[in-house]
Write a protein that binds this ligand. Sequence first.
Ligand code: CP
Ligand code: NVA
Length: 316
Amino acid sequence: MTRHFLTDLDLSPEELHQVLDLADWMRDHPYAVKALTGPQTAALIFDKTSTRTRVSFSAGIAALGGHPLVFNPGEAQLGHKESISDTARVLDRQVSLIIWRTYAQSGLEEMAEYSRVPVINSLSDEYHPCQLLADLLTVRDHLGALQGKALAYVGDAANNMANSYLLAGVNAGMDVRIAGPEGYLPAAHVISAAKQRARVTGGMVTVTTEAAVALSHADVVATDTWVSMGQEQEERTRRRVFSDYQLNAEAMGRAHDGAIVLHCLPAFRGAEITADVIDGPQSVVWEEAENRLHAQKALMAWLLVESDLADEETAR
Ligand code: CP
Ligand code: NVA
């Protein structure tokens, strides 16, 4: 059975720790694991623009011994001239991984249904699970452990990052607090999935309109852009709606003194976060960006090995 990574909950809590441990090891041994030999090719399809995801996957695939084949927005037939299922059935005969940044999560689900090679969600409107692997690795680096640590996310609480913080955070056993204005909170199905996983891991879920409640004594403080890709037309409204949820010195004053600050980037200084916070001593955003490389290398190697193992089990 092929393993895919479409949402943060596609890894069990144990598997999440395996991937993070592997990432930690691979960081010290950057070229030791040749999971893509040959060189095998991995397809990277972008329906939206990217800097970090493109560079970290491309560099990671090369380090694993493989070749990245990048489709920039509009370059593939997919999305205008060819269906997702036909694309999957063409790609999976020639590449070892399909990594796709797109809009609807349902598109990724369809790609995975038809693909015999692992499909990785490199950002959809609903989730950004690869980013969360890097974020959790960064938190572990600074706080030692994830279990029980308080993670506060403030801002657009209905976007892909908020959903992924909620799911990945509870998967790691964290106390996750998500704060945003009414109408911009996670969907009911995401909250319910998070609560279900939290029951297994001992994690905690708080969804609130009060930024101060989320931030109170938090160990980790995170935010994201108020205007995600595809929402550019709503920019003016969004800047007004989220203005009380800015991550600034006053907000940081509510968190633990030693709290670390995460932002997946790109960031808009003066909107969701102030320059003194993102460029200040508590910010670990550059390490977080680097950890995309280590975390995704581990994820790709792990998915390939697990998919092979699963195939061997099925053949027995
Ligand atoms: N954080 C992130 O995914 O960045 P890019 O959009 O540059 O890939
Ligand atoms: N929420 C942002 C994340 C960018 C990495 C977006 O989707 O544009």
